[in-house]
Design a protein around this ligand. Sequence first.
Ligand code: FES
Length: 77
Amino acid sequence: MATIKVRLNGPYLVDVPEDVKLVDWNGQEYTISRRPFALCRCGGSTTKPFCDGTHSKIGFAAAEAAVPGSSDKPASD
Ligand code: FES
């Protein structure tokens, strides 16, 4: 099963047990050379769509974990 962890004030950490295809908005396909891999959530990475650690340098502070009123809720343990 694939797992996507939302890191506190950081990237989406994607861990998948097998090959995965990553395609951006215009059809550009990216090679995934290692797993897990991190996708930028702050918008500051110079290697988008991947995280390059810039979130730490710019002091990225993520919004709330869930949008109030959304039907999507964190799964309980
Ligand atoms: S989340 Fe790490 S550089 Fe954007």
